[in-house]
Design a protein around this ligand. Structure first.
Ligand SMILES: [Zn+2]
Ligand SMILES: [Zn+2]
Length: 193
C-alpha cells in the first residue's frame, strides 16, 4: 500500500461521501495536472490516456475491481464511472491504483494536489469568472465548480452547451468566446487528429 498517497486521498473522499451530491474533489498529480481524477457524488471521472475500451484495459492493467459501471469515455481523454456503492477504502485504493497503473505515477512516489469544491451551487454568485479562460459564465449552466461549460468540456469531457448567441454572448451559459492558451492547444490538437 502507498500510505502517503492514501493519506492524501482518504480525507478528501470522506468529505465528498459526507457532502454528496454537492461536493466535488479533483486530484491532480503534482507537476502533471493532465493526470487527474475527479469525484462528484458517486461519479468518478478520470483522465484516460488510451484508445481501447476502459473495461478491458483496466482489467489488463491489473486494477482492483470497483463496484462501478462505466458510464462514458472518450479515447485518449477521459473515462467516467458510476459507483454502485461508495466504500471509502475500496475507492481510495482504486484511485491510487489508477494513478499508478493507468496514469503512470510512480508507486508510492507521486504526489497529489487536492482541490475541493464544497460550496453548494445556491451559495455561489449567479455569474462568475471561469478559472481557466477568465470569462464570465452563468454558474448554474456548468457542472464544474469554477469552469465555464466550454472549459469543463475540453478539460474534463462534460457535455458542451448548445450555445444560443445573442451578440457575442450565449444566453444559456453566458460564455462569450473566451479561450485560454491551454484550451486553444487542446482544440488545435483535436482538429489535427
Ligand atoms: Zn472557461
Ligand atoms: Zn452556451
Amino acid at each position: 500500500m502507498n500510505a502517503d498517497q492514501l493519506a492524501e486521498i482518504r480525507p478528501a473522499l470522506r468529505e465528498v461521501a459526507e457532502g454528496a451530491p454537492n461536493t466535488c474533489v479533483t486530484f491532480e498529480v503534482e507537476g502533471a495536472p493532465e493526470n487527474w481524477i475527479q469525484i462528484v457524488g458517486r461519479t468518478i471521472n478520470a483522465a484516460y490516456p488510451y484508445s481501447d475500451s476502459p473495461e478491458e484495459k483496466l482489467l489488463s492493467l491489473g486494477l482492483p475491481q470497483l463496484p462501478a459501471q462505466l458510464a462514458s469515455w472518450e479515447s485518449d481523454r477521459f473515462a467516467t464511472f458510476e459507483l454502485a456503492e461508495f466504500q471509502l477504502n475500496t475507492v481510495a485504493e482504486w484511485i491510487d491504483a489508477y494513478f499508478v497503473g493507468v496514469l503512470g505515477g510512480v508507486e508510492g512516489e507521486y504526489h497529489l494536489d487536492v482541490i475541493m469544491g464544497s460550496s453548494p451551487i445556491q451559495d455561489r454568485p449567479p455569474i462568475q469568472a471561469c478559472d481557466e479562460c477568465g470569462g464570465d459564465y452563468i454558474t448554474a449552466s456548468s457542472q464544474m465548480w469554477k469552469l465555464c461549460t466550454e472549459c469543463s468540456h475540453y478539460l474534463y469531457g462534460y457535455p458542451l452547451c448548445d450555445h444560443v448567441f445573442v451578440g457575442k454572448k450565449c444566453t444559456k451559459c453566458g460564455w462569450s468566446g473566451t479561450r485560454s492558451k491551454y484550451i486553444r492547444k487542446i482544440i488545435k490538437a483535436q482538429s489535427e487528429e
